[in-house]
Design a protein around this ligand. Structure first.
Ligand SMILES: Nc1ncnc2c1ncn2[C@@H]1O[C@H](COP(=O)(O)OP(=O)(O)OP(=O)(O)O)[C@@H](O)[C@H]1O
Ligand SMILES: [Mg+2]
Length: 420
C-alpha cells in the first residue's frame, strides 16, 4: 500500500504527518502468575509508511505485541523505538497521543457523540476549539461520512461499519505517524469488511502512516499488507515477508498451513482492479429521454447500456429486450446494479461481484461512487491465467534448483567415494 499515486480528480491528500519507523528489540511479556511468556523475545523492524500485518493463531500473542507498542501493556523486557526515539520509558500517556489505536467493535464511548469521540485526543493535546472543529469535519469526510449528518449522532445510532469508520477517524484525528489496529474489521459482515478494507487502502495512499494491523484472516493480510509477519505461539516469527513471497515460498509447514489451500487463487487478492484494464461501457442517465435511450440501444452496436443516476452512479443495467418488455416505461425496465467495486478492490472482490451478476461484468466506481468503467469476466480470466502461469513457472524453477542441488550432492558423494 505504499504507492504514492493519487487518482486524477480525487481530492488532494490531507495535510498529514507521514509514518515513522518502528523497531521492536527483544520484546518480552510475562504476565503475572504465568511462568511462560505470552510474547517471547520478539524483534522486528518496520519501515516508515509501511503496513505490516501480524497474523497467527488465537492466543499466539498478537494483541499483546501490538499493545506493547503503545504501552497499553508494559513490556517485561526489551526496547521499543519509534522514529529516532526510544519510547520504552517515555510517559505512556504522552506516547499514546502520537499513536492512533483502533480496535474491534470500534471502542467508541457510547455517551459521547461522533464529533466528541473524534475530538478526544486533539482536545487533550490542547488544539484550539476551531482547529478541533475543522479537524472533526475533515476526518469524517476522510472516512466517507457526511459531517452534517453524522456529527451529532451517538454511536448506537450508527451501523457497525459506520462505527468502525468513526473509530478509524478517531485514531487518525491527532495526526499520529503510527496507527495500531487490532482486528478492526473483525466484527462486521463480509461485504462491509471488503469496503472498509478498500477505504483503508485509499486512506493509506493519501496518508502514508506506519500501520501495524492484527488479524487472523489471511486473505485480509494479503490484501492490506506491504509485509506480513506470520506468528507462532509466543509471537515467535515464522516468516516476515511480502505477501507474494509468503504465498509463493512459505518457509515451512506452519506457514503453508496458514496460507491454506489455493495459494494461486489467493493471489487474486494481490492484484487490484486498478492494475487491469477497465473498459468503457455505453451509458445513459435517468434523465435522458426515452427515445434517445431507445435509439442508442436499438440502432447502435450495443446490446446493453448502463443507466446512471443523477449523481453519475451506476443504477441499472438495461438490455435491448428490457425496453420492449417495459413498454415505454424506463422506471420498470432493467436490472438494478447490485454490487460495484472501486479501483482499490482486489481481483478477488471483482471476481466475486462478477460471478454473482448474470451479466458477467462489474461496474467500477470512483471515490464518490461515480461510474468509471467496467471490468468483465474475460479480463479477470486472463489475469487468473497469468497468475497461474507465473506460479507454474516458479514451481518449475524451484524444482530445477532442487534437482541441481541434489545432483551436486550426488557428484560430491561420488567424488568423495572415489577418493577412498
Ligand atoms: N492480562 C492477561 N493476563 C494473563 N494472561 C494474558 C493476559 N492477556 C493475554 N494473556 C495470555 O497471553 C497470551 C497471548 O494473548 P493475546 O491476547 O496477545 O493473543 P492474540 O494472539 O491476540 O489472540 P486472539 O487472536 O485470540 O485475539 C494468551 O495465552 C493469553 O491467554
Ligand atoms: Mg487479540
Amino acid at each position: 500500500m505504499s504507492e504514492t499515486e493519487t487518482e486524477a480528480g480525487e481530492k488532494p491528500a490531507v495535510n498529514a504527518t507521514s509514518g515513522a519507523t518502528i523497531q521492536l528489540e527483544n520484546l518480552t511479556k510475562l504476565y503475572p502468575g504465568n511462568p511462560s511468556p505470552a510474547v517471547d523475545n520478539v524483534s522486528m523492524d518496520i519501515k516508515a509508511g509501511e503496513t505490516v500485518i501480524l497474523v497467527g493463531p488465537s492466543g499466539c500473542g498478537k494483541s499483546t505485541t501490538l499493545k506493547m507498542i503503545n504501552r497499553l501493556i508494559e513490556p517485561t523486557s526489551g526496547r521499543i523505538r519509534i522514529g529516532d526515539e526510544d519510547v520504552t520509558d517515555m510517559d505512556p500517556v504522552k506516547l499514546r497521543r502520537k499513536i492512533g489505536y483502533a480496535i474491534q467493535s470500534s471502542g467508541l464511548f457510547p455517551h459521547m457523540t461522533v464529533a466528541e469521540n473524534i475530538a478526544l485526543v486533539p482536545k487533550m493535546i490542547g488544539w484550539s476549539k476551531s482547529k478541533v472543529k475543522d479537524r472533526v469535519e475533515e476526518m469524517l469526510d476522510l472516512v466517507g461520512l457526511d459531517p452534517r449528518e453524522y456529527h451529532g449522532r451517538y454511536p448506537r445510532a450508527l451501523s457497525g461499519g459506520q462505527q468502525q469508520r468513526v473509530g478509524v477517524a478517531r485514531a487518525l484525528a491527532a495526526d499520529p505517524p503510527v496507527l495500531l489496529m487490532d482486528e478492526p474489521f473483525g466484527a462486521v459482515d463480509p461485504i462491509t469488511r471488503d469496503h472498509l478494507q478498500d477505504e483503508l487502502i485509499r486512506l493509506q495512499h493519501e496518508l502514508h502512516k506506519t500501520i501495524v494491523f492484527v488479524t487472523h484472516d489471511f486473505d485480509e493480510a494479503i490484501k492490506l499488507g506491504d509485509r506480513i509477519a506470520v506468528l507462532r505461539e509466543r509471537s515467535h516469527i515464522a516468516q516476515f515477508d511480502t505477501p507474494e513471497a509468503i504465498l509463493t515460498n512459505p518457509t515451512d509447514d506452519f506457514v503453508s498451513g496458514f496460507v491454506g489451500a489455493g495459494a494461486a487463487l489467493k493471489r487474486l487478492n494481490l492484484t487490484r482492479v486498478r492494475d487491469v484494464e477497465i473498459a468503457e461501457f455505453p451509458t445513459v442517465t435517468v434523465d435522458d429521454p426515452l427515445q434517445s435511450v431507445f435509439n442508442k440501444l436499438g440502432g447502435g452496436p450495443h446490446n446493453e447500456l448502463l443507466m446512471l443516476d443523477r449523481r453519475n452512479r451506476p443504477y441499472k443495467w438495461l438490455r435491448r429486450g428490457d425496453l420492449m418488455r417495459a413498454r415505454g416505461s424506463l422506471a420498470r425496465a432493467g436490472q438494478l446494479v447490485h454490487d460495484t467495486v472501486t479501483r482499490d478492490a482486489t481481483l478477488h472482490d471483482a471476481l466475486e461481484a462478477v460471478l454473482t451478476d448474470s451479466g458477467g461484468r462489474v461496474a467500477v466506481t470512483g471515490r464518490r461512487g461515480e461510474f468509471i468503467g467496467v471490468v468483465d469476466m474475460h479480463t479477470l480470466m486472463n489475469s487468473v491465467h497469468e497468475l497461474l502461469e507465473a506460479d507454474r513457472l516458479t514451481a518449475i524453477e524451484h524444482q530445477h534448483e532442487l534437482q541441481e542441488q541434489h545432483s551436486d550432492q550426488t557428484v560430491q558423494e561420488l567424488e568423495g567415494g572415489a577418493d577412498v
